[in-house]
Design a protein around this ligand. Structure first.
Ligand SMILES: Nc1nc2c(ncn2[C@@H]2O[C@H](COP(=O)(O)OP(=O)(O)OP(=O)(O)O)[C@@H](O)[C@H]2O)c(=O)[nH]1
Ligand SMILES: [Mg+2]
Length: 609
């Protein structure tokens, strides 16, 4: 039975093409907010880190009422590292709005999300957004989208997608370019006419697939998902179908339906809607809630496997425990276990050492977001350089590959090509658009891109755009040279002095301010040569060297390079760690003892020769 009183849709696109902004417009124009209510831009980006970074990190749902239809909308992230959120969201919906920037056109993540929508056989409405851009090239972009559909082997039905043209920021949608529409009505009408209501049966046994978990300070863990079939009621008992077993006699402490940005408490829910419920212990994503007498679980959610891993260590640095609240093995383990309950694309594995955990995910940004979230919650720990996840096929080690798409100024082609070739990248396409910019495509082992982004931004002086797309596995490419500079390493505990910093001017670039407390083995800068250099950065001027008073004041120190978390993760080498606390980020050698590092190196050299 089709339920015409519901529509469930997802908004999918490449990063920054305007998904969350369009949801703002839909919320405003459907009367979700009171007249004159002040509403932030991109209200759905409610997490602190989403606001700070200006990107969506987790998929979230909202609901609006248009005429007599309730439209449930999933806003999804566009950054490739959060692709798992898109895959998960597509389980909830019967159609998708594919947003494409009127100037940028379809980009790698547009391809990824469209492919995922096809796998679920979802109808698509193409929304060309940012039509107000001075550099909009709407006809070309529409053609590029057709090409993409052909490329992904779309069916004839799929290729006959309807098109809308929007200025999401102003909240306007047009059926035809230049028509007189002044609001999003054409979009609402299109959703109603082109995307069908859910097929759902109130008389079937209940089937609710847990697709998202949230935490509510009043009721605790909240499970969100679609009630595919049946009715759910308060005070009745239900079965929880988990991965390995089914348990019975569960009752809800609350049932919710969505309205705008709020959850509304209800006593009964009907099939077809996207809903939330609380009160079920040990519920995880992928579980089904079904009838107590005759439970019928739905297939569990399948998503792509992780491609990168990082090791999370309990902090054993000399300054451990000074700045954080949670630092033991148990704390770190519990926190990571909690994370994988709601973050389906992450995995946590034990390692040979009890105080080290392997965290697997989709990319460095996803990792950085987890690390930053934990440090803000008061955790203290250390992380290693990210490495790729390999597997064996017919006795051969296979590693993940990526296609990287670059858009760079013409005069940077040489330097970028050289850098990527060194990292085993192979150019597969080059187009000179004739206006000073060039697009290039490389096929490259994912490993070669680890730590490349900041280098790329420096080399293109911030004018380069880089996107990447996972492209299967290929046989191991052998050694890939990584950072070709060494580290400046502190040789003792103490406070950084101006005098010592001045002495470093021709040795490399420092990362720390005068007055910072350092320890033996801490990385304090990047050397301008390839090997590490151990230095005394706490050195005071000897009295005998004093020439005249006040000479210290005349030296001007170059300000240190302050590395952000993302930059720290990119910078460290395999034998280094980032020490993360709520207050500080420190880089360090894994082995703090200088002599032990030396003998390790000798052993490695000996082993190679
Ligand atoms: N000129 C113009 N800018 C727009 C329009 N729609 C959105 N933007 C801007 O594009 C930027 C990205 O918008 P978001 O809504 O965050 O994009 P998003 O697709 O949700 O991004 P992610 O969730 O991170 O993938 C913001 O600076 C918006 O103000 C539009 O129609 N015209
Ligand atoms: Mg967004």
């Amino acid at each position: 039975m089709r339920k015409e009183n519901f529509r469930n849709i997802a908004i999918i696109a490449h990063v920054d093409h305007g998904k969350t902004t369009l949801v703002d417009g839909m919320l405003k124009q459907s009367g979700t907010f009171k007249a004159h209510q002040e509403v932030d831009d991109r209200v759905m980006d409610s997490m602190d880190l989403e606001k700070e970074r200006g990107i969506t990190i987790t998929a979230k749902n909202t609901a609006i009422q248009y005429k007599d239809v309730k439209i449930n909308i999933m806003d999804t992230p566009g950054h490739a590292d959060f692709g798992g959120e898109v895959e998960r969201s597509l389980n909830l919906v019967d159609g998708a709005l594919l947003l494409v920037d009127a100037s940028e056109g379809p980009l790698p993540q547009t391809r990824f999300v469209l492919k995922k929508a096809f796998e679920k056989d979802l109808p698509i409405i193409l929304v060309i957004n940012k039509i107000d851009r001075a550099d909009a090239r709407i006809d070309e972009v529409v053609n590029e989208v057709y090409d993409l559909f052909f490329d992904l082997d779309a069916t004839e039905e799929q290729i006959e997608f309807p098109i809308l043209y929007t200025h999401a920021k102003k909240g306007v949608a047009h059926n035809e370019l230049g028509d007189e529409s002044e609001d999003l009505k054409p979009l609402f009408e299109m959703i109603l006419s082109k995307i069908s209501g859910p097929i759902a049966d109130d008389n079937h046994v209940p089937q609710f697939l847990v697709t998202n978990l949230d935490y509510d300070s009043y009721v605790g863990q909240v499970a969100i998902g679609r009630l595919n079939n049946g009715i759910l009621e308060m005070n009745k008992s239900y079965a929880l179908c988990g991965k390995d077993k089914t348990t019975y006699e569960h009752k809800f402490s609350a049932l919710y339906s969505f309205k705008g940005l709020n959850k509304i408490k209800v006593n009964k829910l009907e099939a077809g809607d996207i809903i939330a419920l609380a009160g079920i212990e040990n519920i995880t994503i992928g579980d089904t809630i079904s009838s107590n007498e005759d439970p019928k679980p739905l297939p569990r959610i399948q998503i792509d496997e992780p491609t990168v891993a990082m090791l999370f260590y309990v902090n054993n640095s000399p300054f451990a425990g000074k700045e954080g609240t949670y630092l033991t093995t148990r704390h770190i383990n519990e926190r990571l276990q909690k994370e994988i309950l709601s973050n389906v694309s992450l995995q946590v594995l034990p390692t040979e050492k009890v105080d080290v955990f392997e965290v697997r995910g989709r990319g460095e940004l996803q990792m950085a977001v987890l690390i930053e979230t934990m440090r803000r919650e008061g955790y203290e720990f250390m992380v290693s350089k990210p490495h790729v996840i390999t597997h064996e096929e017919n006795g051969k080690v296979m590693e993940p590959m990526e296609i990287v798409f670059l858009d760079i100024p013409e005069d940077k082609v040489g330097v970028i090509t050289e850098k990527l070739s060194n990292r085993k990248g192979k150019m597969t396409n080059l187009q000179n658009h004739g206006h000073g910019r060039v697009s290039m495509e490389f096929s490259i082992p994912s490993r070669g891109l680890i730590g490349f982004r900041s280098q790329f931004l420096t080399d293109t002086q911030g004018a380069g755009i880089m996107n990447k797309l996972f492209d299967g596995f290929a046989p191991w490419f052998g050694r890939i040279p990584q950072r070709n500079t060494g580290a400046l390493v502190a040789d003792r505990k103490g406070k950084v002095t101006t005098y010592a910093c001045v002495g470093m001017a021709d040795r490399g670039e420092l990362f720390i301010n005068v007055g910072t407390e350092v320890y033996d083995g801490m990385v304090i800068g990047e050397r301008n040569k390839s090997d590490d250099l151990v230095v005394n950065i706490t050195r005071e001027k000897k009295l005998s060297n004093m020439r005249s008073s006040g000479s210290d004041n005349t030296v001007t120190l170059r300000p240190p390079r302050q590395l952000s978390l993302d930059q720290s993760i990119e910078f460290i080498a395999e034998d280094e760690l980032v020490e993360v606390t709520p207050l500080s980020l420190r880089l360090r050698k894994m082995e703090l003892d200088q002599n032990k590092r030396l003998s390790q190196r000798k052993k490695e050299k000996y082993a190679k020769s």
